[in-house]
Design a protein around this ligand. Structure first.
Ligand code: SF4
Ligand code: SF4
Length: 451
């Protein structure tokens, strides 16, 4: 799956492309069929400002052609910070004895869910440490509780899950409960670094890297991969992510639904400092290079990043993002136990205003998962470049719900202007007229209309 020697060799020996080669790579990327590892390595080894500008423009164009200008929003919900692992970069590591651990009860989960719904979110990413008390039955009960919870006009319509690598049997239970995407990050693909930074069951590199295959065999066809940038050379990590994606695509016929690109952030009680810190410029470069290499894959950015980096990253390939996140169990009502520090503390309303000013279209869409457009069906639409015909009107409809139910007066005004502009951008007249009709129905009180 990951040929470390080959990847390291590509990192070390691929020269930065000259103008001619760069134009050739970008012309290939514009056809939206992806790039070879060698071509991705060439992009990752570029440093020239003018060349990077070209790369960023190309990434935006490809993202826009596949997904349009929509950005899908979600919120993480930490269920429990009990954990048997001792990952050096995480505030929940088990040797952090001073941490007063919390495992949310079902009542507390319902309360946190209501607070998240009250911000306007429709998607939750469930997170929990690895611990016997956080077993699969607890996780499934929690997901059931989240789906059952209502508040005003709102509810959570899609629960994605980020929990420790587990067995096929556990994945089958997750599938039955109706999860969206199962995310698991390798953290670092560099085996030596992996073994150095992990203690506990997670230290088993093989268990971690084969987890998506077990999940897939258990019926989970929407899965996400990722690394924690900063632990090892970002070029090695990016190429490994691409190798992993290709392996899954070639072996199982479905590439990852998402690639997440978290960058290391400090956390209380964590002394570890990245041996391979990634500069802002390199971070944006790797996002753009991944976008061009696997154009059909969603890319996720969290509130670890400050607003100015987030805005730049949105404009070069990110398609999903969190907003107003809390990274501790119970964090939406108290302030404690952060897994890591955040850099974007804006409210959902403020994040959305920024998106609109950037000519992005905020989206709370969950339509594919609920119309069974997952796995191969989704990938087919995405690879043929047809998914934005659904994403765009669905973004308009769900954004309208936000404006009616949760927005500040300033947001309402800006958002309505955005919707008017975006409606005119729907090329198909029938689809445009149907979207307008549905907007009227939403104004009259209907909710959850989608294509
Ligand atoms: Fe536990 Fe996950 Fe933190 Fe590791 S990263 S200590 S597994 S919560
Ligand atoms: Fe995501 Fe599908 Fe909605 Fe597009 S239409 S935003 S791919 S759920």
């Amino acid at each position: 799956m990951i040929d470390e020697k080959k990847i390291q060799n590509l990192v070390d020996s691929t020269p930065s492309p000259d103008e001619r080669l760069l134009d050739k790579i970008l012309a290939k990327a514009a056809r939206k069929k992806g790039l070879s590892l060698e071509e991705s390595a060439a992009l990752l080894n570029m440093h020239d400002e003018k060349q990077l500008r070209k790369l960023f423009d190309a990434a935006w164009k490809v993202k826009n052609e596949i997904y349009g200008n929509r950005l899908v929003l979600f919120a993480p919900l930490y269920l429990s910070d009990y954990c048997v692992n001792d990952c050096k970069y995480c505030g929940f590591h088990c040797s952090n004895r001073g941490l007063k651990r919390i495992r949310l009860t079902m009542e507390q989960i319902a309360e946190q869910t209501r607070l998240i719904i009250g911000m306007g979110h429709k998607r939750i990413l469930v997170e929990a440490g690895e611990h016997p008390d956080n077993d699969i039955d607890y996780i499934c009960d929690s997901i059931r509780t989240i789906y059952r919870t209502k508040a005003g006009n709102g509810e959570i319509r899609r629960v994605n899950v980020n929990i420790a690598a587990t067995t096929g049997e556990d994945y089958r239970k997750l599938k039955e409960i109706g999860i969206g995407t199962y995310q698991l990050f390798q953290e670092t693909y560099h085996r030596e670094t992996y073994e150095k930074l992990h203690h506990g069951p997670k230290a088993d590199y093989q268990r971690q890297i084969t987890a998506h295959e077990r999940a897939f065999r258990a019926g989970i066809d929407d899965y996400g991969i990722g690394v924690l940038f900063g632990l090892y050379d970002y070029r090695f990590e990016a190429l490994s992510l691409l190798s992993h994606a290709r392996y899954m695509d070639e072996t199982h016929g479905v590439g990852p639904h998402t690639i997440s690109v978290p960058r290391f952030r400090p956390a209380p009680s964590v002394d570890y400092r990245p041996e391979h810190p990634v500069s802002d410029q390199d971070f944006l470069k790797l996002i753009a290079a991944i976008r061009l290499s696997v154009p059909y894959t969603g890319m996720i950015l969290s509130t670890r990043e400050p607003p100015e980096i987030r805005e730049k990253a949105f404009a070069m390939g990110i398609s999903q993002t969190s907003a107003a996140s809390k990274t501790s169990p119970g964090g939406y009502s108290t302030r404690q136990n952060r897994q890591f520090e955040l850099s974007d503390h804006r409210s959902v309303d403020e994040v959305l205003q920024g998106m609109c000013r950037q000519q992005m279209l905020p989206s709370f869409c969950t339509a594919c998962y609920r119309s069974k457009r997952t796995g191969e069906t989704f990938m087919k639409l995405a690879k043929e470049g047809n998914i934005h015909f659904l994403c765009h009107p669905n973004a308009i409809l769900t954004f309208k719900e936000f404006l009616l139910d949760y927005a500040s007066p300033e947001m309402k005004e800006l958002g309505e202007k955005t919707i008017r502009t975006e409606l005119e951008r729907i090329e198909d007249e029938d689809r445009r007229n149907e979207t307008k009709k549905r907007l009227k129905r939403i104004e009259k009180g209907e909710r959850d209309l989608f294509f």
